[in-house]
Design a protein around this ligand. Structure first.
Ligand code: NAD
Length: 329
């Protein structure tokens, strides 16, 4: 296979952006664009020179394909991934892969049983600043990490109604933003989550019924299996005084390191190393990271890769989110 022929299912904001990135990088061909929004799909397809536009995943699967890229409302991901893999087609899915650990596990099992490459767009793993922070922690350069602070306030959005409908989103800011932070923390710390206490709010009131509304503010205290502490705070529409506040800071016995956004940006990040009251810049902003996870998956596909067991780490992330939501994992 040279360039994999991909179906892009869901051609909204992130779907069309990722499709442009993959095609412009020469990593894949857009064989089909599938979206019930005919106009949006046609516009996105035209941008990458794709001639086939269909209204659904099922119609896309009638075409000759090497893979499917899902960027639909979150609650559809697991079901659509299972449908695609049921046709023997590898899947790259936007995060979250599923609404719960159990749902994610069904998808991972289908990928493993059918030896299909499954990828998830954990895009923050591909940002140089987060990589540098994780490498610093894993190299032991700040000693034993006993405390981690994770923050993701998206004051700007989200701006589509489906995000606040639990039936379509599967949850609020925790599943939307917390997924990235928990993934980064588990990757850096190489441990698992033992227990969680959390508070979820919607419009300033405690969230009492997950089936009726979604959280727009969450704070959680995680105790890890090695006894370390991880604090998580995330939100939508917070009066943060800027578009976004994103920060993963690791405190160790010999120093600290943080990856964080610059000047409220969703795109620019830096990594700084802390020793006492001094600090040193490890990575500055200006990194073009958006399409990297998809390009890496497409590159693996092009050399014939099948199931990659590293995807199973997504289950620890989903299990941690279950605990934050108060569900037994
Ligand atoms: N990895 C990341 O950093 C990142 C960033 C942004 C969004 N996301 C995820 O991407 C997903 C999409 O988010 P978005 O902001 O692009 O939303 P969006 O609303 O802009 O796009 C969703 C698209 O899916 C289409 N759609 C709905 N039902 C469909 C179906 N049954 N089949 C095919 N298409 C269908 C809609 O018409 C729309 O065009 C979400 O799950 C979100 O969490 C991930």
């Amino acid at each position: 296979m040279t360039r994999p022929r991909l179906a892009f299912v869901g051609a909204g904001w992130i779907g069309s952006a990722r499709m442009r990135s993959a095609v412009q990088a020469g990593a894949a061909d857009a064989a089909v664009v599938a979206d019930p929004d005919e106009e949006g799909a046609a516009r996105a397809a035209a941008e990458v020179g794709c001639a086939v536009v269909v209204p659904s995943l099922e119609a896309a699967l009638q075409q000759p394909l090497d893979g499917v890229v899902l960027a639909t409302p979150s609650a559809l991901h697991a079901r659509q991934a299972l449908t695609a893999m049921g046709h023997g087609v590898p899947v790259f899915c936007q995060k979250p892969l599923g609404r719960t650990r159990a749902e994610c596990a069904r998808v991972v099992r289908a990928a493993r049983d059918n030896d299909l490459l499954l990828g998830v767009d954990l895009s923050y793993r591909h940002i140089d600043a987060f990589r540098a922070a994780v490498d610093t922690v894993r190299a032991g350069a700040i000693g034993r990490v006993y405390a981690t602070d994770l923050v993701f306030h998206n004051a700007y959005g989200p701006d589509k109604p489906w995000f606040t409908d639990p039936a379509q989103s599967g949850g609020g800011c925790v599943i939307d933003l917390g997924t990235h932070l928990v993934d980064i923390a588990l990757w850096a710390l190489q441990t698992t989550t033992q227990s969680v206490t959390a508070q979820l709010f919607v419009k300033g009131e405690p969230l009492t019924d997950l089936a009726r509304s979604v959280e727009d503010y969450a704070v959680a205290q995680l105790t890890m299996s090695d006894g370390a502490s991880v604090r998580l705070a995330c939100s939508w529409f917070l009066d943060a005084g800027t578009d976004a506040v994103v920060d993963a800071t690791f405190h160790g016995t010999d120093g600290g390191v943080s990856a964080r956004n610059c000047n409220g940006s969703f795109y620019d990040f830096e990594c700084n190393l802390y020793r006492g009251r001094s600090w040193q810049r490890l990575v500055g902003p200006g990194d073009d990271w958006g399409g990297r996870a998809l390009v890496a998956w497409a590159d693996s596909l092009s050399v014939g890769a099948g199931y990659d067991p590293r995807i199973e780490r997504i289950l620890d992330v989903a299990g941690t989110l279950d605990l934050i939501y108060g569900r037994a994992s």
